[in-house]
Write a protein that binds this ligand. Structure first.
Ligand code: PHE
Length: 345
């Protein structure tokens, strides 16, 4: 019976094929060729009707045996090939290589400075408050003694959203918001983003400020000077010199600007033989604006100016960070270059 011989020859034929197969892909091709729906075994079975009825059961039985044998050979070879390819992968793996460290983030210098300053004032008993960046004209200007058409509004190039809504140009609206919400005494510090229509090497449309406000009975300019001097020496070092220059802000009277001795050149005005570019050889750098809260602001928030006095100050966070870390270019703060950012660990 030819068909039976053909059937039995399948096993040694597959074995020869398996011996030569060197990959799992070739193995799969063999499986399809022998055991697939149109494979060799199926073809032989398809010819079953050619046989006489008495021969059919014998061939059927033989076919089952062959099918089992083929499957078994095939599985055996497959297990061996899989083990070999795993071993090859392992031999390519070098367990002595150092691991790849996961990427570690770092805090932005603005965040570091804001956290440091807030923590100094928290230690002095100040509360930290925040407020909206999209602000009412009333809180940003009007209640701060800058009525519409007041020429002092020109000091700040404002980004308007509507006629009465704007991007806050400073954190001073937090003075107003805090005093409207709380009764004196108040001592708050307010960090946040502010916006101005300004963009060049030393100005960006968005930057950060920290506002401070202290109101109580009998608060004086001496309290202002003492608080700011000790705060600046904490942040910039104990031997930092501090000076107050008369200035003007509509919402403080009297007003002052505060300079510290330049921490790049140590107040000498030059670094080695080079003129100091940060303080332009003056030995001083301006660091914040401040003053005694103007009575008109107290009136606007319903505090009695005869009973209470207070001081306020506002400082630029990027400016502090540039001086503290020796950063030469304001634009680096907003470029998000990891080579810059990752230095602040
Ligand atoms: N808001 C002022 C500015 O942005 C700074 C300031 C705050 C001055 C508080 C005095 C008191 O320039």
């Amino acid at each position: 019976m030819d068909l039976l011989k053909e059937l039995e020859s399948l096993v040694p034929e597959l074995e020869r094929g398996l011996d030569q197969a060197s990959s799992l892909t070739e193995l799969e091709e063999l499986r399809v060729a022998f055991l697939g729906r149109k494979g060799r075994l199926a073809q032989i079975m398809g010819r079953l009707p050619e046989l006489s009825p008495e021969d059919r059961p014998r061939l059927g039985q033989a076919a089952n045996g062959v099918k089992m044998a083929l499957t078994e050979r095939f599985e055996g070879r497959k297990t061996a090939l899989e083990a070999a390819s795993e071993a090859a992968a392992l031999s390519r793996f070098d367990p002595t290589l150092p691991g790849r460290a996961p990427w570690r983030g770092s805090l932005h210098p603005d965040t570091l400075v804001m956290e440091e300053i807030c923590s100094v004032f928290r230690g002095l008993g100040y509360d930290i408050v925040t407020g909206p960046e999209v602000e009412m004209d009333h809180y940003n200007f009007e209640a701060l003694n800058m009525p519409a058409e007041h020429p002092a509004r020109d000091m700040q190039d404002t980004l308007y959203v509507t006629e009465s809504i704007l991007m806050r140009t400073h954190t001073s609206p937090l003075q107003v918001r805090t005093m409207l919400a709380r009764k004196p005494p108040v001592a708050i510090i307010a960090p946040g983003k502010v916006y101005r229509r300004d963009s060049d090497i030393t100005h960006t449309p968005m930057f950060h400020q920290i506002e401070g406000l202290m109101v109580d009975k009998g608060v004086s300019m001496a309290d202002l000077r003492g608080t700011l001097t000790s705060f600046l020496r904490t942040v910039f070092g104990g031997d930092t010199r501090v000076r107050f220059r008369p200035s003007f802000f509509p919402f403080t009277e009297p007003s002052a600007e505060v300079d510290i001795s330049c921490c790049i050149c140590g107040g000498k005005g030059h670094v080695g033989n080079e003129p100091c570019r940060v303080c332009k050889t003056t030995g001083w750098v301006e660091i914040l604006g401040c003053g005694m809260v103007d009575p008109a602001v107290f009136t606007a928030v319903g505090y009695d100016p005869e009973e209470y006095t207070g001081f306020a100050f506002g400082l630029g966070v990027e400016r502090v960070a540039m001086l503290k870390y020796g950063i030469g270019d304001l634009r680096m703060f907003f470029e998000n270059d990891v080579r810059f950012l990752s230095q602040f660990r």
